[in-house]
Design a protein around this ligand. Structure first.
Ligand SMILES: [Zn+2]
Length: 61
């Protein structure tokens, strides 16, 4: 299988955010440029970012 580089574009600053290939649906990532936090949503081969509002500590687990 070819390695697919997963990237998504920050909705705030437009920077490309690189995601690990083993990223999980629902994982929280943040933009390296502006620090906006996102929830990763995997849609087949596409990745969408959902703005994350709230505390990381309150999420999941
Ligand atoms: Zn950004």
């Amino acid at each position: 299988m070819a390695k697919v580089k997963l990237t998504a574009v920050c909705k705030v600053c437009g920077s490309e955010i690189e995601l690990p290939e083993d990223v999980m649906d629902g994982e929280i990532t943040s933009c390296p440029t502006c620090g906006t936090r996102y929830i990763v949503r995997l849609k087949g081969e596409k990745v969408e970012l959902e703005e994350f509002k709230g505390d990381v500590e309150d999420y999941g687990e």
